[in-house]
Design a protein around this ligand. Structure first.
Ligand SMILES: [Zn+2]
Ligand SMILES: [Zn+2]
Length: 443
């Protein structure tokens, strides 16, 4: 985190953003909304089509081809297959800053259970050869429609800004590897390097609102794979083997002590075991158990404590079971997304005058960000000096109130029931992203 803040501080580009007078801001929003209205049928159809046809990370061939074609039609110069299935769309509009707007392309390996008329029934083959359902349960379909809608608005309002747009369609965000793949394929060397970057993610907060966080806005993620080794045996003869399920089960419960007893209770940190696979039938004691963990944190010290605690607890569980040491490996990792505090504040002020005070929530550096993670952090870490990642509300207040009254948890991102109000989410995201871009490129 400090490294990124230093980068931002060291950058010579002055922030040109200023809050607009309310009348001018309302006129700007009116102009953007008129473009959205004109294009709405296309955007709505695109969202529904993408929702019904989600693709896994690095398999987003259909998705990327559709978006590439739409961007070419708008006059962007489009390069496909950047970082395998990523796309880069560039539009020059005179001298001015280079601004990146990013969407993710991928869906999740899970079954959708929303009951929507256009719900996904898509399946795909994963890299390990297994077949899975695929669903846009993180909301990336909303983001892609908003990304195209933002491009449409900026093309229509071309006389109001100067600079270069770099619209990035990033693959494999869910695997936290697509951003790295695009960067190592030359995103910041083969194409204009961004001075500013913006991205938005739908979340379960009230529809029509936008949260703008200063500083760390998403968490660091560490993905750990652990294989507990046992000794296979007959189910009736446990003493002739070492049961890896009992061994791993101790670990599953004990590891939460790292969070409860070792981590600073005032600082965010989570350990979740999202996958536990062992055994085949009731009467065989398996010889191994495979676990997949996700660790989340903001603070580098907390990150160290929970990583070390997880590994130590795994080794202790094996020792307690008199089993061989477990295999522990790290898979996906990513740093927190750091929003430039000055740009976040300036953009929030601009959004407030354009959308209304009640729709825009500026969260200070000390406030709570998202517990989720994002490899958008890779772009920020690769030297994009000024960047803001927005959280766009997805649920109508009435829906939130109904769930609360019924005592039910609101379905969040990655729930099979996650079904944000796409009309509101897409329209709000287009307003926010377009206003943000105009804020740094405005004539
Ligand atoms: Zn996600
Ligand atoms: Zn997501």
């Amino acid at each position: 985190m400090p490294k990124m803040l230093l980068l931002a501080a060291a950058c010579a580009i002055a922030l040109p953003v200023s809050a607009l007078p309310v009348a001018a801001a309302a006129a700007e929003t009116g102009a953007i909304d008129a473009v959205i209205d004109r294009n709405w049928d296309e955007l709505d159809a695109l969202y529904r089509d993408l929702h019904s046809h989600p693709e896994l990370g690095f398999q987003e061939n259909r998705t990327a081809a559709i978006l590439a074609a739409r961007m070419r039609k708008l006059g962007f110069e489009v390069t496909e297959h950047v970082g395998r299935t990523g796309i880069v769309a560039v539009l020059h509009n005179g001298a001015g800053p280079v601004v990146m707007v990013r969407t993710e392309l991928d869906g999740l390996p899970m079954e959708e259970k929303t009951g929507l008329a256009y719900a996904s029934r898509a399946t795909a083959t994963r890299e390990d050869g297994t077949t899975t359902f695929v669903a846009h349960s993180c909301g990336h379909d909303n983001h892609m429609a908003a990304w195209l809608g933002t491009a449409q608005a900026l093309v229509a309002l071309k006389q109001r800004w100067h600079g270069t747009l770099v619209f990035v369609g990033q693959p494999a965000e869910e695997e936290v590897s697509g951003a790295k793949a695009m960067l190592s394929d030359g995103l910041f060397t083969r194409f204009p390097k961004p001075d500013f970057g913006f991205a938005a993610h739908v979340d379960p907060s009230p529809a029509g609102t936008v949260h703008v966080k200063q500083g760390a806005t998403t968490s660091a993620v560490d993905t750990i794979l652990i294989t507990f080794r046992g000794v296979g045996s007959h189910g009736s003869m446990p003493d002739k083997g070492i049961d890896p399920i009992v061994e791993a089960a101790h670990f599953v419960t004990d590891v939460q002590s790292v969070i409860a007893r070792e981590k600073d209770p005032f600082k965010f940190g989570v350990v979740t075991i999202g996958s536990f696979h062992a055994g085949s039938v009731s009467n065989i004691i398996s010889d191994h158990a495979d676990l997949q963990l996700t660790l989340r944190s903001y603070d580098p010290d907390v990150r160290k404590v929970i990583n070390a605690g997880v590994e130590r607890t795994a080794r202790a569980a094996a020792e307690m079971a008199r089993a061989p040491a477990p295999d522990i490996s790290h898979s996906f990792t990513s740093n927190p997304v750091i929003n430039d505090p000055a740009l976040a504040a300036a953009t929030a002020a601009r959004l407030k005058s354009a959308l209304g005070d009640d729709r825009v929530i500026l969260v200070p550096e000390t406030g709570a960000g998202w517990t989720a993670s994002e490899d958008y952090s890779e772009f920020v870490g690769a030297g994009m000096p000024h960047s803001v990642y927005f959280a766009i509300g997805g649920y109508p207040q009435a829906t939130i109130d109904r769930f609360k009254a019924e005592g039910k948890p609101l379905p969040v991102n990655h729930s099979p029931l996650f079904a944000p109000d796409h009309t509101s989410a897409i329209r709000t995201a287009i307003d926010v992203l377009t206003l943000a871009v105009l804020g740094v490129t405005g004539a």
